[in-house]
Design a protein around this ligand. Structure first.
Ligand SMILES: C[S@@+](CC[C@H](N)C(=O)[O-])C[C@H]1O[C@@H](n2cnc3c(N)ncnc32)[C@H](O)[C@@H]1O
Length: 314
């Protein structure tokens, strides 16, 4: 099956802006932290010269295998790591690819995660309540719904989905699971629909519920917080990090991380006196947050909520 026949498709988001701001040079060593189907990566690889390298991380081996096929002609220039980007320090030691100077993080899910029913990420498709990027993960959405105590469920829906009736939803889930475990996405939706889902805002509400579950299953916000720190601290000076986020929880973490480095606070008491004058550790490469054009959002609805932030290590 060639690329155009493959049922797995994903349009890279904000591609022109990513390429413009990463400003790829011949000998760059680029980390693509979220390789997906290799859409951004193939365009970066086109720009890399003989001495350049791309290291592609993805937790989801199904996507990584597809990316491998698509990037076959760049063999020798790409290293594939089927693990989480927050494990960067381990792979720096083991794979010895040397210092890196460009990083792309295109967070969250790829189109196949929503399009393939068996992955269990979509309330619109009937599939098992899975939602794992990594099949070795012991936690899946079914386990969370069937086993967690009510308070913990409410926290997940409130913190990761910003759902206003999180407590009621958690109570309904705990009551309904007495009749038997939740196994499939549609069965789960049917069993909470009457009590909890607002008729007029059905899609938005269910998107938030499924987003909350997915974030909890994959521990996404902790991984992002830890990953950003490690990626930044091992980045070469003058190296650049570009992050595309898709919802306010992710974007807040990225924004706060950058702000803290732009206005660092000294930790030693002597230096704290000078903290007002502490040197910034990073520079933002643009004034306004970068979002897709109207045209891109119309052509690719999944790009609609994207926000790109790019910064340089000083
Ligand atoms: C938005 S998609 C990336 C799409 C890619 N830029 C492209 O153009 O094809 C995000 C990818 O990140 C992967 N992913 C999510 N969390 C991850 C993590 N902690 N480490 C590595 N990959 C992760 C997902 O499996 C998914 O394939």
């Amino acid at each position: 099956m060639n690329q155009s026949e493959s049922k797995l498709q994903h349009q890279p988001v904000l591609l022109d802006k990513v390429l413009e701001y990463l400003d790829i040079q011949d000998n760059d060593v680029v980390l693509d932290c979220t390789l997906g189907l290799g859409g951004h990566a193939s365009n970066i690889l086109k720009k890399l010269g003989f001495g350049g390298k791309l290291i592609g991380f993805d937790l989801d081996n199904r996507n990584m295998q597809e990316a491998r096929k698509r990037l076959k002609k760049y063999e020798g220039k790409v290293l594939y790591v089927n693990d989480s980007y927050d494990q960067i320090e381990h792979y720096l030691k083991v794979l010895k690819f040397g210092p890196y100077n460009k990083v792309l993080m295109d967070l969250g899910v790829s189109s196949p995660h929503f399009d393939v029913a068996e992955y269990g990420f979509s309330f619109q498709k009937n599939g098992p309540l899975d939602m794992r990027f990594n099949k070795d993960n012991k936690v899946n959405a079914g386990l969370i719904l069937n086993k967690l105590p009510e308070e913990k469920l409410a926290e997940i829906f409130f913190n990761f989905g910003e759902i206003s009736n999180a407590k009621k939803l958690a109570a309904t889930i705990v009551a309904k699971r007495l009749d038997g475990p939740f196994v499939y996405t549609h069965d789960f939706v049917e069993r909470i629909e009457k009590e909890c889902v607002p008729f007029k805002e059905r899609n938005r509400y269910l998107s938030c519920v499924f987003q909350a579950l997915r974030i909890a299953v994959n521990d996404e916000l902790n991984v992002l917080t830890k990953g950003l720190k490690k990626l930044y601290s091992n980045l070469s000076r003058n190296g650049i990090i570009a992050v595309i986020s898709y919802h306010s929880l992710e974007d807040r973490i990225v924004k706060n991380f950058i702000n803290d480095l732009m206005r660092p606070v000294e930790t030693s008491p002597e230096k704290a006196l000078k903290s007002l004058h502490a040197e910034p550790k990073v520079e933002m490469l643009h004034k306004k947050i970068i979002v897709p054009s109207k045209e891109e959002s119309e052509n690719n609805p999944r790009a609609r909520s994207a926000k790109l932030r790019v910064f340089k290590k000083l």
